[in-house]
Design a protein. Structure first.
Length: 132
């Protein structure tokens, strides 16, 4: 996933159209390779113009170089592997850990800790025997 700055919004819109067309092509519904190529050419031209304008703006007003830039990141976290004894293997050497109430907690299991006060474990359900 690409991250676009505010002045790159036209590029983001064209990239979204290109992705939509690629999905149609991948699904076998349409052959739109020529249109995708044309849109990519427009993306390059618009991106160059946007950065040219940004550079010109920063040169005229150097203080704008330090304007806040807001970027949102999206992380994809692997689901835990459930071990036969009910424990969850939280992917060895996972770098995605945070501190909650003074304890290290895997951020992908933060809700369990927050809602239930600890990690939830799975136990094997024993079969019930019905006495007759």
């Amino acid at each position: 996933m690409q991250i676009f700055l505010d002045f790159e919004k036209p590029v983001a819109e064209l990239e979204a159209k290109i992705e939509e067309l690629r999905h149609l092509t991948d699904a076998g519904e349409l052959d739109v390779a020529a249109e995708v190529a044309a849109l990519q050419g427009r993306v390059d031209k618009i991106l160059r113009q946007a950065w040219k304008n940004r550079t010109k703006d920063v040169l005229q007003h150097p203080g704008r170089l330090f304007d806040d830039i807001y970027i949102q990141s999206i992380g994809i976290i692997q689901a835990p592997d459930l071990l036969p004894d009910g424990r969850a293997d939280m992917c060895d050497s996972c770098p995605d850990i945070t501190i909650y109430d003074g304890k290290f907690v895997n951020s992908c299991r933060m809700d369990e800790y927050r809602l239930f006060g600890g990690f939830v474990s799975m136990l094997e359900k024993k079969e019930e025997t019905i006495a007759q």
